[in-house]
Design a protein around this ligand. Structure first.
Ligand SMILES: Cc1cc2nc3c(=O)[nH]c(=O)nc-3n(C[C@H](O)[C@H](O)[C@H](O)COP(=O)(O)O)c2cc1C
Length: 238
């Protein structure tokens, strides 16, 4: 199984999203997957001009000569694409969104009508299914409601399945070095690694592990209070 991650965090390798991704890939590789971790922030990606040349002039090819054509090849050669992004303004980052708008050449302009809704017809026979990985700064899982809906709609539109979603609240805790927090983060990342391993081995992650991955790292109120105290201290030094 070839798994490719397209990570839309502006922090790239050093981001909290990547901490989760790396653990997931570690488990996936243990179970025999081949993994590639791509940081979109390091790529030259123009925004879609909306010219439709990729449909009506050079079918399947975009007018832009940037890094996206090479990324298309990697995308199509994957069995699973992990769409990874921190939660920004309740959704994926503009970096990942810009890339996703550029996959338009991978479908044809023609419409098909499936299950009561219209979508574009595939250009190629084989497309990767998706996994979504994200983290956010707020403590409640409900913060991901737009993102989960977005990935669900994207999968429908691109005619693939959204196989797994891993969303981490209190994501900024993942990078903090603290004697009490370190074992909690370590345990969480170990569970993410298990999820990667299970997914590759069984094609899914069991309910119990999925529930564990959603548990708050620390109590929500404690997180709010500690975060406020952290900012008050920091800002008092200005
Ligand atoms: C511009 C901006 C918008 C953000 N919007 C949200 C948000 O809507 N909800 C939330 O819980 N966290 C939000 N965050 C916090 C990030 O999701 C959080 O810092 C995350 O850990 C960053 O992940 P990364 O290190 O992978 O980039 C936002 C951060 C920034 C910089």
């Amino acid at each position: 199984m070839k798994i490719t991650v397209f990570n839309g965090s502006p922090r790239g390798k050093n981001g909290n999203t990547n901490r989760i991704v790396e653990s997931f890939l570690k488990g996936a590789e243990k179970a025999g997957a081949e993994a590639e971790n791509i940081f979109l922030v390091e790529k030259n990606i123009e925004h879609c001009r909306g010219c439709f040349n990729c449909w009506d002039t050079t079918p399947g090819k975009c007018v832009h000569k940037d890094d996206v054509e090479a990324l298309h090849s990697i995308f199509l050669a994957s069995d699973i694409v992990v769409l990874a992004s921190p939660l920004y303004t309740d959704n994926i980052t503009s970096i990942l969104k810009k890339f996703l708008e550029r996959i338009l050449p991978l479908v044809k302009p023609n419409f098909e009508y499936v299950n009561g809704e219209t979508r574009h017809v595939r250009r190629y026979d084989r497309y990767p299914d998706y996994i979504a990985i994200s983290n956010c700064g707020y403590p409640e899982y409900s913060q991901f409601q737009v993102m989960t809906r977005f990935f669900d709609r994207l999968a429908r539109e691109t005619n693939v399945e959204l196989k797994l979603e891993i969303y981490r609240t209190m994501g900024e805790l993942l990078k903090i070095q603290h004697i009490l927090l370190n074992p909690i983060v370590k345990r969480y990342l170990k569970n993410v690694e298990r999820a990667g391993e299970q997914f590759v081995r069984d094609g899914a992650v069991d309910e119990k592990l999925l529930r564990k991955l959603k548990e708050p790292l620390i109590p929500e109120k404690m997180y709010r209070d500690k975060t406020n105290a952290h900012w008050d201290k920091k800002l008092s030094r200005l």
